[in-house]
Design a protein around this ligand. Structure first.
Ligand code: AHR
Length: 504
């Protein structure tokens, strides 16, 4: 095949990577909390019931921030149900996922878990069935040091130090008719701006994410963002985007092109933010929080559990395993997010454990890494620093949905402190290796540290507890660097991490 070419020059940059780009999400949904991060009595559980095997995997994944407690769940949640003595906490019918919520994990437990896992909390407030008052009180509970009703309540509950949560979401997917308390854009915009004002009066240091559309196919997409931002632009810091992808009709080539949809989605939302900023004659640029993204497959079992077997505690929902193909697409989505690092400052892989997740546990048993664990771990480990404005020229393919899809998708991140340059690259060709030629400038004295490859002879291979290593990366890629000229062969349908630097 004709080679793909790239040019990287540290003088031409896109933007800094915010560490929060490698966030994830834990919702009270399925076995994410109960049976996922929390399982008292499990052989690895600590004194609070947190599974240490899961915490170890999360540390390895290098997740930086975790959004909590939802998702659709948050739109029916009363945070007061989840604080104070556990024996007094109510059991509620949870209507987003038709489960029974025991409230044994709430705000304090989650913040403590986050401390132990070494992640920042991104807290969502309920703007569906609740509103300004509860949101204000929750900020006071979490962030005010002491001497007021809710800060003293936190202290009485055993947390003398504030949780110091910096990033907050103003509700979840409020444009979606499935959402409890769903609202038209004008109504949501009004509630969001008033909530934002009082939350920031309680703690001016917080940053707020206002809800964008649930996905780009929503009938109100575009108009929703413009209306909501007309109300909130001055008071908020980020606008949210959500999107899930999946292979349909057994069409892998189209599936591999879907990161182009994510790219177009981000570009449209940036344009809408800038339109409202221009209309308001403001210098302030609004950044984006892509706070739900992943590959997601639902099954008949998921539907059956919710419709025919409701009101279970921690039912196994949305646990379809991930294949090698899915991992390559997750790699493409990560490349897309990194390429927009100038405006996408927060992103959350949805979700983290069991539910739509890179980590799977067995109740009372072991845990393992899904295939999608690896590209995320690589990006979060090596995608630190500045994203360069990489020039790419690649052979292409076309199909029914897309006119021209590059076989090569790639992004380069320079870590000046570590004196490293990392190229993340996917070969979308499903049957042939792709030769790569790179012209790398300003990398004198660099050599190839490692060329990590995720490839598989079986594109639908999946990991399981019994066979956890069916999809794992290796470091045997053949990248070479000589006088700034990079060469490599990217295997068919592969995710590649080419690490260059001064260290050997
Ligand atoms: O992540 C699962 C669900 O997907 C979330 O609860 C919701 O926000 C989205 O529709």
């Amino acid at each position: 095949m004709e080679p793909a070419k790239i040019i990287a020059d540290p003088d031409f940059k896109i933007g800094e990577v915010d560490p929060r780009l490698f966030g994830s999400f834990i919702e009270h949904l399925g076995r994410a909390v109960y049976g996922g991060i929390y399982e008292p009595g499990h052989p690895t559980a600590d004194e609070m019931g947190f599974r240490q095997d899961v915490i170890e995997l999360i540390k390895e994944l290098k997740v930086t921030l975790v959004r909590y407690p939802g998702g659709n769940f948050v739109s029916g949640y009363n945070w007061l149900d989840g604080v104070g003595p556990k024996e007094n906490r109510p059991k509620r019918l949870e209507l987003a996922w038709m489960s029974l919520e025991t409230n044994q994990v709430g705000t304090d437990e989650f913040c403590e878990w986050a401390r132990r896992a070494g992640v920042e909390v991104n807290m969502a407030v309920n703007l569906g069935t609740r509103g300004i008052e509860e949101a204000r009180n929750l900020v006071e509970y979490c962030n005010h040091p002491s001497g007021s009703q809710f800060s003293d309540m936190r202290i009485a509950n055993g947390y003398a130090e504030p949780h110091r949560i910096k990033t907050w979401c103003l509700g979840n997917e409020m444009d979606g008719p499935w959402q409890m308390g769903h609202k038209p854009a004008d109504e949501y915009g009004r509630v969001a701006v008033e909530t934002a004002r009082v939350m920031k009066w309680v703690d001016p240091s917080i940053e707020l994410v206002v809800c964008g559309s649930s996905n780009a196919a929503m009938p109100t997409f575009g108009a929703w963002e413009a209306t909501v931002l007309d109300h909130t632009y001055e008071q908020v810091d980020f606008l949210s985007l959500h999107s899930y992808y999946r292979k349909q009709n057994n069409d892998l080539e189209t599936f591999l092109g879907q990161s182009m949809d994510m790219d177009a989605f981000i570009q449209s939302v940036v344009a809408t933010c800038d339109f409202i900023g221009a209309k308001k004659k403001l210098k302030k640029k609004l950044n984006l929080s892509f706070d739900e993204w992943n590959v997601w497959y639902t099954t008949e079992d998921d539907d059956k559990i919710m419709k025919q077997e409701p009101w279970q505690v921690g039912p196994p929902l949305f646990e379809a395993p991930y294949s090698h193909e899915d991992a390559v697409v997750v790699g493409l989505l990560l490349i897309t997010l990194l390429r927009h690092a100038d405006r996408v400052k927060i992103a959350c892989l949805a979700q983290l454990v069991n539910t739509i997740a890179p980590i799977t546990t067995v109740n009372g048993g072991g845990s393992f890494r899904q295939s999608i664990f690896y590209p995320f771990m690589h990006a979060a480990t090596y995608g630190k620093g500045t994203v360069l404005n990489l020039q790419v020229k690649s052979p292409k393919y076309s199909n029914k949905q897309f006119d021209a899809i590059d076989y090569l998708d790639a992004v380069a991140v320079q870590n000046e402190e570590a004196e490293e340059l990392t190229i993340f690259a996917v070969n979308r060709n499903i049957s042939e290796a792709l030769p790569l030629e790179g012209d790398l400038r300003g990398v004198e004295g660099y050599r190839v540290i490692e060329h990590i490859v995720l490839e598989n002879t079986d594109p639908v291979a999946k990991n399981s507890l019994a066979q956890p290593d069916k999809v794992v990366p290796h470091s045997g890629g053949n990248a070479g660097l000589d006088s700034g000229k990079l060469t490599a062969s990217l295997p068919a349908l592969s995710w590649n991490v080419i690490r260059l630097g001064k260290q050997s």
